[in-house]
Design a protein around this ligand. Structure first.
Ligand code: OFO
Length: 169
C-alpha cells in the first residue's frame, strides 16, 4: 500500500500533467488560428506526451494499491502575441514541471518509498529531454522571429515531429 502523503502528491502531479495537456491544447488552438500547421503538429505531439505522462502515474498509483482522485483542471491561458511568446511559456512551464517532479521525488524519499523514487527517475530524465527540445525551438525562434520566411521553414520542420508512445518506468 502506498503512503497517504505520497498518494496525494501523485494525485496532484496527475492533475498537473493533465493541465499540461490542456495548456498545450490551448497553444494548439492558437496555432490553428495562425494557420501554422507545423507548430500545431508539434503541440499535438506534446499533448499526447503529457497525456501519456499523466496515465503513467495514474496506472502506477493503481498498481501500488493507491486511489486515483481526479481534480478540476485549471483554465489555461489562450492568447499569445507570437510563436516566440508561446515557446517562452512552454519552457517556463517545463521548468516548473521539473521542479514539481523533484518535489514529488522528495516526498517519495521522505516516506522511504524506494520503488516510487526509481519510478520517478524516468520522469526526471524525460524533463531533461523536454527542456532541451523546447530550448532548441526557442533558440531558433529567437534568431528568426522577425523573418516570415524563416518562420515558414521552421513550421515545415516542426511538421515532421511524430508521437512515439513512451515506455514509462
Ligand atoms: Fe512536459 O512534462 Fe509531463 O512530465
Amino acid at each position: 500500500m502506498i503512503n497517504e502523503k505520497l498518494e496525494k502528491a501523485f494525485n496532484d502531479q496527475i492533475n498537473a500533467e493533465f493541465y499540461s495537456e490542456y495548456f498545450y491544447l490551448s497553444m494548439y488552438a492558437y496555432f490553428e488560428r495562425m494557420n501554422l500547421q507545423g507548430f500545431k503538429n508539434w503541440m499535438n505531439v506534446q499533448m499526447q506526451e503529457e497525456h501519456a505522462h499523466a496515465m503513467g502515474m495514474f496506472n502506477y498509483l493503481h498498481e501500488r494499491g493507491g486511489k486515483v482522485t481526479l481534480q478540476a483542471i485549471e483554465q489555461p491561458k489562450s492568447d499569445w502575441n507570437s510563436p516566440l511568446e508561446v515557446f517562452e511559456d512552454v519552457l517556463k512551464h517545463e521548468q516548473y514541471v521539473t521542479s514539481r517532479i523533484n518535489a514529488l521525488m522528495d516526498v517519495a524519499d521522505e516516506v522511504k518509498d524506494r520503488a516510487a523514487v526509481s519510478f520517478l527517475d524516468w520522469y526526471l530524465k524525460e524533463q531533461v529531454e523536454e527542456e532541451a527540445n523546447v530550448g532548441n525551438v526557442l533558440k531558433t525562434l529567437k534568431m528568426i522571429c522577425n523573418d516570415k520566411n524563416c518562420l515558414y521553414m521552421l513550421d515545415k520542420e516542426l511538421a515532421t515531429r511524430t508521437f512515439v508512445a513512451p515506455v514509462i518506468g
